[in-house]
Write a new protein. Structure first.
Length: 130
């Protein structure tokens, strides 16, 4: 895989700069952890992606697209990508930590929304996509 070289992403960080606090979830290609930046003390969500799984399922384009979109997007309703780096076996995306979870988690947890709340979330998504 090529290196992560987007100008919007700080690259002076590595896995050693973050203290894992707890696992937040798992996905098809890796895990997400709550981590603390050892320098600033700030909390982040660290998404780890297995290169073996990405390469094995021929999904390099998916991983690059996720990184590219997150590094390009800057909006209050979209999680920001703060750092991106890699080791020989993993890709790391350091994202804003959202204590309430993302919209997908909220939908899974609550199952249904009242109409006024659904309207609010739809408006936020539309604003983010503008």
């Amino acid at each position: 895989m090529d290196t992560l070289d987007d100008a919007n992403i700080k690259r002076s960080y590595g896995e050693e700069n973050f203290l894992p606090l707890k696992k937040l979830g798992s996905g098809s290609f890796g895990d997400v952890f709550l981590v603390r930046d050892k320098n600033s003390g700030k909390l982040y969500a660290m998404k780890t992606l297995s290169k073996r799984k990405i390469l094995g399922q021929n999904l390099v384009r998916y991983a690059k697209t996720e990184r590219d979109v997150l590094s390009y997007m800057r909006h209050p309703f979209i999680v920001n990508l703060n750092y991106a780096f890699q080791t020989k076996t993993k890709l790391f995306l350091i994202l804003d930590f959202c204590p309430g979870g993302d919209l997908g988690k909220i939908i899974a947890r609550e199952k249904r929304f009242r109409e006024d709340r659904a309207r609010l979330y739809i408006a936020e998504v539309l604003l983010a996509l503008q």
